[in-house]
Ligand binder design. Structure first.
Ligand code: SAH
Length: 350
């Protein structure tokens, strides 16, 4: 029998199992707090539990903490990049980024990716498996522990689901992660401080809207028309831009949360003035926000970043046409901080 992964369980689920085990319900609260507030790595460290109960937990549950295989710090902007090993040998990446307004952790949701975006390094070595909610939490908890060792008052103030993998392709585990990370008995991170990035699974965006979470939805658009997007992102063949934007509109109508659109400028592919005009026309009238980034060059991929002035020119056209636009800084460029790049060094591509 496969033992349940205790870090992925909600407090009510724990309470049910503890009751079945003949334990008092307050034990579930204690264990939940050890896992998600004090964030210990083993049952043996749960010193307020009787030894017999710690043994019982060891028999009944699995607790597979992720292990840091590499930790790199950027000399330029102090971004920290982690390469993590999972219990079964899979690897994923995370990054901790420091901004004026706080510290964000960017986490992976899958080991590998099925989406096959032409400019992205995340699918190197193919798709291995979904991450559990507990593994996603561990990415945040490990970063938090690391921050605390530098200054005890340091705190992760935001989480972005923008690492390796497509969060909406791992829907149930991602939802559970969102529930647990914002749980008052645990890490207690406000939904407002969480962003989920998707390549555009329109049906899943509709599904997510029903939960009315306060998180920010970030959609990787990267193209102003289907012709370009089909070349860059295979998902566009299934959910073309208009279908995707319809889902985003419904998302806003249901949640009241403005959708963000990611647009990575790629030299001579999607960075011309006419592309900016087309994009503005597509987004006109929607409650949106465009985040421009310059492409991170990925070895082995044929796409390159445009010159710096292009981003400013592109942003100017969008802004003039009434679209709220920001140009995002590139962080951690000296430590391969773009998605999948660190892992790429470890996993041979096929
Ligand atoms: N699967 C999700 C989240 C992971 S990717 C998604 O597609 O949104 C996080 C973001 O990085 C996405 O916007 C993705 O398109 C972008 N990205 C991937 N490779 C990139 C690269 N080489 N340069 C710039 N952005 C990239």
């Amino acid at each position: 029998m496969i033992k349940p992964d205790i870090k992925s369980m909600t407090q009510p689920q724990l309470a049910e199992i503890f009751t079945e085990m003949g334990e008092q319900p307050f034990r579930a609260r204690q264990v939940f707090s050890w896992l998600h507030k004090k964030r210990v790595g083993s049952f043996n460290e749960m010193s307020s539990l009787p030894l017999a109960l710690r043994d019982k937990c060891n028999e009944k549950f699995t607790l597979n903490p992720i292990k840091t295989k590499k930790r790199l710090v950027s000399d330029i902007d102090s971004t920290v990049k982690y390469l993590y090993g999972l219990y079964d040998g899979c690897t994923v990446e995370s990054a901790v980024m420091h901004y004026r307004h706080g510290t964000s952790v960017c986490i992976s949701t899958q080991a590998g990716c099925k989406m096959g975006c032409a400019f992205c390094a995340s699918d190197t070595g193919g798709f291995a498996r979904d991450l559990t909610a507990g593994e996603m939490l561990d990415e945040v908890y490990t970063a938090q522990k690391d921050l605390e060792t530098q200054t005890p008052a340091n705190r992760v103030s935001g989480v972005v689901l923008m690492g390796i993998g497509e969060p909406l392709d791992n829907f149930e585990n991602t939802l559970r992660f969102l529930e647990l990370i914002s749980s008052p008995g645990g890490f207690n991170l406000s939904a407002r401080r969480i962003s989920l990035s998707t390549c555009g699974l329109a049906d899943k965006i509709d599904g997510l809207a029903d939960y009315k979470l306060g998180i920010t939805l970030s959609v990787s658009l990267h193209a102003p028309n289907d012709e370009i997007r089909n070349q860059l992102m295979p998902i566009n063949n299934k959910w073309p831009i208009d279908a995707l934007l319809s889902s985003c509109k419904r998302y806003f109508d249901k949640t009241g949360r403005r959708v963000s659109y990611e647009y990575a400028l790629i030299d001579n592919v999607n960075d011309r003035p006419e592309h900016a005009a087309q994009l503005a026309a597509k987004l006109k009238g929607t409650k949106s926000h465009v985040n421009l980034i310059r492409l991170n060059d990925v070895p082995g991929k044929p796409y390159r970043a445009p010159g710096q002035s292009n981003a400013a020119g592109f942003a100017k056209i969008l802004t003039e046409k009434g679209i709220t636009t920001t140009v995002r800084r590139r962080l951690g460029s000296d430590i391969n901080a773009a998605c999948g790049q660190l892992r790429q060094e470890e996993v041979p591509s096929h």
